[in-house]
Every structure is written in structure tokens, then in C-alpha cells.
Design a protein. Sequence first.
Length: 123
Amino acid sequence: MRHTLTLKDACPVLKTADIISGKWTLLVLRDLAEGINRFSALERSLEGISPKTLSERLKALERAGIITRKSYAEVPPRVEYTLTARGLDLIPLVDHMRDYGSKWLMDDESASDNGAGRTKRDG
């Protein structure tokens, strides 16, 4: 039986995009990189995300090996999420996207060609 590779199987860019392309996923990564690691804190930080969507994104990232989930036997139960080495390697990509957006996609005067005036938390 002959196996043929699809473009998605052969292209690392498409494989990476498959992991990070879900709505909210990049923002979840951004917040985890900044030390926000509890479900409720992520939910507060990501204004407008539903608990179901956040849960789905976290599960998908865990399946992809991007984050780990640690449960603590406490009352009330506590769960923390952290980036794995794979996840940490995605953070420069998130940073570059923030820089690009600040430089080229912002309409107001705060987005100059050098990105001055933005904070780490922007986008």
C-alpha cells in the first residue's frame, strides 16, 4: 500500500498553523506566557470568551503538547496550566505577531513604524 503525504503533512508552517489557528488560541498562549495560569484568571483576562470555548482551547493545546494541566487535590479543586517547551517556542511567534500588528495594522497614532508606545499586554 502506497502512502502519499498531503501538503499539510509535509509543511511545518501548515502544521503549526493548525495548532494556533483556533479563535482565542494565540491569546491563551499570550496569557499563559505572562503567568496567567488558572482557568478563572484566563477567563477574566480573555474578555468575551465562553467557559466552553476556553475549555476546548486548553484541551486542544494539551493534546498538541503545547501546555500541561496540573490538578491539585484541594477544596475547591485547583487546576493550573503551564506552557511546555513546545509551547514556549511559540511565544516568539506571538511576540512577532504583536509587533507586526502594532507596526502595520493599527489605525491610530499609537502604532508608529517603530511600535513605540505599545505595552507587552497589547494584543
